[in-house]
Design a protein around this ligand. Sequence first.
Ligand code: AMP
Length: 115
Amino acid sequence: MYDKNNVFAKILRGEIPNKTVYSDDNVLAFYDVAPRARVHVLVIPRGEYTDIFDFTKNAPADVQLAFWNGVRNTVEKLGLRDNFRTVANTGRGAGQSVMHFHIHIMSDERFSEDF
Ligand code: AMP
């Protein structure tokens, strides 16, 4: 069940500050407070969805489309067209610590050496 007191809900309500990268009616993108890459940004829908399962099952199609458009707009704004990763940790077991659906966008020069 969605907890309205999670940290991203507080960011969306303006109760906690954030460094916004991109914002529109459906999406907010902001810098991760504890970056684990040269560029580390989180993209979240404004609606109340706990994780990728909840979002893809319960968000209306137009909201899902708007979210992915927001992800792309964020990537374009960051200038990362061909050098970024997306991660969606899902569930405590996988390290999800904030139960509001979010996509990590991470970019680091070293990525090209990892694979
Ligand atoms: P996850 O572990 O996938 O749930 O990711 C949650 C992310 O939120 C972590 O990378 C945290 O560093 C980040 N985070 C937690 N609180 C804040 C905050 N107030 N502003 C920005 N990022 C945050």
